[in-house]
Write a protein that binds this ligand. Sequence first.
Ligand SMILES: [Zn+2]
Length: 170
Amino acid sequence: MDASRQPQFRFYPGAYADGGPMERSDALCDVCRLPCGWRYTGSVYSVAELKNLCARCLADGRTGAALNGADFGFHDIRLIGAAPEPARELMQRTPGVACFNPFVWPVLDGMPLAYIGPGDDPALLALPEVRAAIAAAFDEIGWDPEEQSPYALLFREVDSDRWRAVIDLD
Ligand SMILES: [Zn+2]
């Protein structure tokens, strides 16, 4: 497959993995009218409707053009303290993370962290930093700290190694 059809998302590097928000599809994209290659299956928060959106259009910010200028975003989150440009990239050029409830997306030094995966992924749980981040997140909501949980969402700095977890209860 042509690599340009599969742009990388630095705030959601695993977006194309199984269980993620992108699926292979040759449906025609509503924006560019070309076969999607990779089609976005997650939510689009907007008053306007969008049926098929390809990874290219999602990544390069052309989505807004297809919504007739209506405001839109791919995330049902609160983003506090992020610089304007990375905030726009996350909200409007990064696939949404499936969640039960709106949550506060972790930000460090003005930069949103990258969503890496759920808190019951054995490969991630092998890292002590990950287990510590999950325990800290439970502690923050006043629960007994657990070191793994399917309700934890795991985040890591884009170009560094600080981890944070968010607890998303159903
Ligand atoms: Zn497209």
